[in-house]
Design a protein. Structure first.
Ligand SMILES: CC(C)(COP(=O)(O)OP(=O)(O)OC[C@H]1O[C@@H](n2cnc3c(N)ncnc32)[C@H](O)[C@@H]1OP(=O)(O)O)[C@@H](O)C(=O)NCCC(=O)NCCS
Length: 140
């Protein structure tokens, strides 16, 4: 199986890392400049990305993690997570937050398997009144 490489996104990755369309391209561009976007590749093919942000500009939070459907369940998500954990640990952070829609069981399973614990819910924050479950992982 091809090795999974993780690195920070560069401007040439923009089309790939904005494909979900949740936020404007201009914002994604700025996040790339701020080292808040990672990409995963196998050989030269991009297979996943992770967008990081900081609650109150202080507390790291995974805004989105995405693996292309044909590359799921091959360790890409976990490998991106470990890269971001190491990056944050080296900068002195000791906790990472993330979240998932309340009606999506699979990403919740992934978070628990990846070492996150559930730490709260914001009800009705998503379209259609769907809640968002929050997760926390201590960075030992
Ligand atoms: C959630 C997501 C990022 C996981 O990435 P991935 O690369 O497929 O997951 P990994 O290979 O790292 O999975 C590690 C472990 O998590 C668990 N897991 C992952 N996906 C799972 C699923 N769909 N159902 C149940 N368990 C799952 C498994 O235990 C898995 O280990 P295993 O394959 O050896 O059993 C990916 O499925 C995805 O992009 N989903 C769509 C976007 C999304 O929902 N993102 C999360 C909310 S922001």
């Amino acid at each position: 199986m091809a090795e999974i490489d993780i690195r920070f996104a560069t401007p040439s990755d923009l089309d790939f890392v904005k494909q979900d369309g949740y936020i404007p391209a201009e914002v994604v561009k700025r996040k790339i400049e701020w080292q808040e976007v990672l990409v995963a590749s196998k050989d030269t093919t991009l297979v996943g990305y992770l967008r990081l942000e900081y609650l109150w500009s202080l507390v790291p939070y995974i805004a989105l993690i995405y693996v292309t459907p044909e590359h799921r369940r091959q360790g890409v998500g976990i490998t991106m997570l470990h890269f971001v954990e190491e990056f944050l640990r080296n900068r002195g952070f000791n906790v990472l937050y993330s979240s998932s829609q309340a009606n999506e069981a699979e990403p919740q399973t992934w978070h628990r398997r990846a070492g996150f614990e559930e730490c709260g819910i914001i009800s009705g924050i998503n379209a259609g009144g769907v809640g968002e479950v929050f997760f926390r992982k201590w960075l030992k």
